[in-house]
Design a protein around this ligand. Structure first.
Ligand code: ADP
Ligand code: MG
Length: 559
């Protein structure tokens, strides 16, 4: 070993390590999933780079991940022939966390084991999860294409610091040795590991190999494959079990939990591609980060290209996870090509519809799951009407609102429910926007609707008023903001009502004139209203004025 140095972990890593070890002890086996997942990524990466530089393969043969154990030494070793790391990469990747959302994660930790383990699980613990089971971890690696003398040895006890040194390493790729903690000795058992691999990693595209056991149970020098090693999405739907779909989701989404729904399709004809799309059960930390890791995993003819292909779905569906494998794109696709390719454009149109249909199906099949979806992603979906005019009707069908129909304030009303409940003679869909559900419920604008028994949607998300600017109608019925202008509820009034209203209007002319004189320029008009039953007066916005919610937003931003 030469050039040996000791370096400190970035503060966030230290914190994460602490938290992880304490909150994940009942979920120890995930370390294997994380390390196998990294090995698989490294293999994908090498294959991708070798398209342009075949010499990187260094005659290594088939991609494979080898896992072996030593009971006496209490170690587990995981080795891959993927891309490997240079010394600088080792220091950066295994000494810091670059992932967005790290700060939120650390702030969100409560000290409550179950909650924290969910948070961490959703964040994706990655390489550092080795320290859940090991009290010392060693990494031997060399970047493919670098000379054998540029190998790196990293080691750490997972406390505050780690060592790096330069070593000779003839073969490219990475070997990770875990020195198991007391109490984690069970993982030095082949059979235990095989079980975990079956559960978490069967669908990994590369072969996962373990030593073949002889008759007497001792390890031989031969290796045998212990996983299926066929990329899951390439298999026919009826040959993939729900459990396999779920564990594949957990692999690509770095999520402990199950997805709410998925859709797996093979398209043939003009364009050939396979897609496997998932709706997660929970919003990731980075849902609102502009630079976050959104997008699908893109493969071209089963060769991994990128896991941030965000050209295949619109922004308002950025929560979707999954894989697209295209038969038409070239292996040398760049960002620019993806952005401008007509094939990608057509795929985006089709995949968008697929997701919207999958959501509609979920809403129809399982109201509870859909409510969970809405709770997590409703606000993102509300960006849809502004972004995707072509799918307005479909998106509108997926929206959920609180309304005067029930008092819970829960967003459970679909526009179709509203329409089905419309009164005889009612032609419009009425809504009111505001700061909070409580404030909306007490609004004088609702008085006349209560009296007439007409339902009003109550919208209190920040994005609502902006969104309603793009939603013109649903099922042929236009939307009306009940706080605006002169509400024409004529078709809901009886002829007696109308006669009485005219009388009142006539009788009040003098009063109206006096109020108008007193208020002068402060208002644009004063009218007799028939919409109030209890309050004497209400301030209404003009038909084309900016609404109250948007006005407050604009004022807050200094406009
Ligand atoms: P993530 O996989 O989400 O990026 P990890 O903590 O699992 O986070 O890994 C951090 C980084 O370390 C990876 O992005 C990769 O660059 C590098 N890395 C980890 N394991 C390997 C490996 N077996 N071969 C090459 N690089 C690796
Ligand atoms: Mg990883």
């Amino acid at each position: 070993e030469t050039h040996k140095e000791t370096l400190g972990f970035q503060t966030e890593v230290k914190q994460l390590l602490q938290l992880m070890i304490h909150s994940l002890y009942s979920n120890q086996e995930i370390f294997l999933r994380e390390l196998v997942s990294n090995a698989s990524d490294a293999i994908d990466n090498l294959r991708f780079q070798a398209i342009a530089q075949p010499e990187l393969l260094e005659g290594q043969g088939e991609p494979r991940i080898r896992i072996s154990t030593d009971k006496d030494a209490g170690t587990v070793t995981i080795e891959d022939n993927g891309i490997g790391m240079s010394r600088d990469e080792v220091v950066a990747n295994l000494g810091t966390i670059a992932r967005s959302g790290t700060a939120e994660l650390l702030r969100g930790m409560t000290g409550e084991q179950k909650k924290d383990s969910q948070l961490i699980g959703q964040f994706g613990v990655g390489f550092y999860s080795s320290f859940i089971v090991a009290d010392r971890v060693e990494v031997f690696t060399r970047r493919a294409g670098q000379p054998a003398s540029e190998g790196v040895h990293w080691s750490s006890e997972g406390q505050g610091e780690f060592q790096v040194a330069t070593i000779d390493r003839p073969e490219p790729g990475t070997r990770i040795v875990l020195h198991l903690k007391e109490g984690a000795g069970e993982f030095a058992d082949d059979w235990r590991l095989r079980g975990i691999i079956k559960r978490y990693a069967d669908h990994i595209g590369a072969a996962i190999e373990m030593p073949k056991r002889g008759e007497d149970g001792t390890a031989t020098t031969e290796w045998e494959s212990v996983n299926d090693a066929s990329a899951l999405w390439t298999r026919p739907r009826n040959e993939v079990s729900d459990d396999e779909y779920r564990s594949f989701y957990q692999h690509i989404a770095h999520d402990f939990e199950d997805p709410l729904a998925w859709s797996h399709n093979k398209v043939e004809g003009n364009l050939e591609y396979t897609s496997l799309l998932y709706v997660p059960g929970r919003a990731g930390f980075d849902l609102y980060h502009r630079d976050a890791n959104h997008g699908l995993k893109l493969y071209v003819q089963r060769v991994f290209i990128t896991d941030r292909a965000d050209q295949f779905l619109p922004n308002y569906l950025r929560f979707v996870r999954g894989v697209v494998d295209s038969g038409d794109l070239s292996l040398n696709v760049s960002r620019e090509i993806l952005q401008n390719s007509p094939a990608v454009g057509s795929m985006k149109t089709a995949l968008t519809r697929r997701v919207l249909d999958m959501l509609a199906k979920l809403a129809g099949d399982d109201a509870d799951k859909y409510a969970k979806f809405w709770d997590q992603f409703g606000e993102v979906l509300k960006e849809g009407p502004a972004e995707d005019f072509g799918n307005l009707e479909k998106i509108a069908g997926l929206l959920r609102f609180a309304s005067t129909h029930d008092d819970s304030g829960k967003p459970s009303v679909a526009l179709a429910d509203y329409v089905a409940r419309m009164k005889e003679g009612q032609e419009k869909i009425y809504y009111l926007t505001g700061e909070s559900h409580t404030q909306l419920k007490g609004s004088p604008h609702l008085e006349v609707f209560r009296k007439k028994g007409v339902e009003v949607l109550l919208l209190s998300d920040r994005i609502d008023e902006w969104m309603m600017g793009y939603l013109r109608e649903f099922d042929g019925k236009s939307f009306v903001d009940v706080s605006r202008g002169d509400l024409d509820l004529g078709s809901l009034d009886s002829s007696e009502d109308k006669a009485r209203q005219e009388e009142v209007a006539k009788a009040s002319e003098g009063l109206v004139e006096r109020i108008r004189t007193v208020l002068g320029e402060q208002v644009s008009g004063v009218r007799v209203s028939h919409r109030l039953t209890e309050s004497p007066a209400v301030l209404a916005a003009g038909e084309h004025d900016v609404g109250a919610q948007l006005r407050q937003l604009l004022e807050a931003s200094g406009q």
